[in-house]
Write a protein that binds this ligand. Structure first.
Ligand code: FPP
Length: 239
């Protein structure tokens, strides 16, 4: 079995899952959070080195104040404990996104604490995208590059794809397998740079119902894909 090095995961469908169960949207997010805790452990145990999850986009701030407040409070209440668990599992936690308002100060503080706690861990890296937008990530990297050029730290001719990657919110390898639950077939701004050659998998299942078995299914599908990266699979071609 070929295990993807970097898995991207768009955690979608908490609301629809809750509605189908006769529960509130908040209960859906709570269930989604518990699902993430279980699943992240399983995914790192499988040998995946980097797991990036889309927890909250910049656009998600357009939701009702009640829903945004619930999600931010959930983060504040639960993330220190989750961070400690990840630390015990030797997983490093990093965050991608814009670290300023409207993200609450308390959330920004916990982000810093969890990153500091887990900085030396080596089993894998959990990258949590919060107040994140992939186009902004590219714009912000460009601004940092321009600043370094004008301060004389960098020359224009040194810019290439590897260098650009180092200026993103986190320096990560390319995404190999990208999963979005809930049957939506779009990226919604998730890791546009890193997903350049990712294999996409869009199961119809809602995120809180996505289990370890479903991840195994995603791995089986990934293993049947023919990844050519623009080249030709010599073994399968008759010329
Ligand atoms: C998408 O479902 C999910 C989110 C916008 C939030 C995902 C968050 C978690 C799994 C919890 C962990 C993260 C934090 C910040 C505590 P949706 O609400 O768009 O579902 P719907 O499309 O069915 O309405």
């Amino acid at each position: 079995m070929n295990i993807p090095n970097h898995v991207g995961f768009i955690l979608d469908g908490n609301g629809r899952w809750a509605q189908a169960q006769g529960l509130t949207r908040s209960e859906g997010h709570q269930a989604g959070f518990e699902s993430l805790r279980k699943l992240s452990k399983y995914i790192f145990d499988k040998g995946v080195k980097v797991l990036s999850v889309y927890a909250f986009s910049t656009e998600n701030f357009k939701r009702s104040k009640q829903e945004v407040d619930f999600l931010m409070n959930l983060f504040v209440k639960k993330f220190q404990e989750y961070g400690k668990d990840l630390n015990k599992e030797n997983v490093k936690v990093v965050f991608s996104g814009i670290r300023k308002a409207p993200l609450p100060m308390e959330v920004i503080k916990i982000i810093g604490e969890v990153e500091a706690l887990t900085i030396n861990n080596t089993k894998g890296t959990l990258n949590i995208c919060i107040n994140y937008d992939g186009q902004w990530e590219i714009v912000d990297a460009t601004k940092k590059i321009i600043a370094d050029i004008s301060e004389g730290k960098l020359k224009q001719e040194d810019i290439n794809k590897e260098l650009f990657n180092r200026y993103l919110y986190q320096e990560l390898p390319p995404i190999d397998l990208l999963i979005r639950t809930s049957g939506e077939n779009r990226l919604s701004g998730f890791m546009l740079w890193q997903a350049s050659y990712a294999e996409f998998y869009f199961p119809s299942i809602h995120f809180p119902a996505f289990t370890e078995k479903d991840f195994d299914e995603a791995l089986a599908i990934y293993n049947n894909r023919d990844r050519r990266f623009g080249g030709i699979n010599e073994k399968k071609t008759n010329c």
